[in-house]
Design a protein around this ligand. Sequence first.
Ligand code: ADP
Length: 253
Amino acid sequence: RTAGETILRTDGLVKKFGQFVATDRVDLEVERGEFRSIIGPNGAGKTTLFNLVTGALPATEGNIYFDGEEITALSPPERVRRGIGRSFQISNIFGGLTVRENVRLAAQSIDRDEYNFLESLFKPTDRYDRMNDRTDKVLARVGLEDVADEQADALAYGDKRRLEIGVVLATDPDLVLFDEPTAGMSAEETQETIDLLEEVLVDQTLLLVEHDIELVMELSDRITVLNRGEILAEGTPDEIAANQDVQDAYLGG
Ligand code: ADP
């Protein structure tokens, strides 16, 4: 899956909450096409690192690069437009809107930089067509064409998961961040969700925070282990499983 090209890099990334250092000089490098998981004990700084990458939190020190460009000071919507998508689980779905409307809204959110005054004057329907086009493609990709006009609230459980992925996909991301996508799910629902991610997000680099170690070992190309805000270890699942520091700090023996 890996092409050997860096898509995301952090350089000496620090996040402090008051005196507390939640992210401590993190140098992270993720390759394009990779499935990377971030693990570590509660409070290790996993969610904080995600929030720094998406721009939900400003960095205290250090830099973030995406696709070779510095994005440290960019707003979250600007980062989405550059290709950083994030799944927020249920919260990014509007239950009162239809499936199609949800996807279209997400597609529209990244189209602003394509807005063209002359186009809007002389070909006002082009943008409309483009949005509908992208929406249809996403609905097909996640297999929701048949329920496109149903209200999101009324969807069956599995279709809601599909819509969440569709909403992320509609923003045309190169990198997608998932913060515990299977939290609270049964074993069966977890497997379905993971299968869906792997089926739909074939062109994307995936960055996953996940508690379920078995799942992480099964899915990841590489794993980054955080401990007290610092990178403790990094490597393939086999390397991480055999790492003594990781066992001591995290796996408990
Ligand atoms: P993890 O996701 O690995 O469980 P977090 O990134 O959520 O860890 O948190 C790392 C540490 O930073 C924790 O000790 C947490 O209490 C602290 N923290 C996170 N967010 C804030 C905040 N907004 N204000 C103060 N402390 C925070």
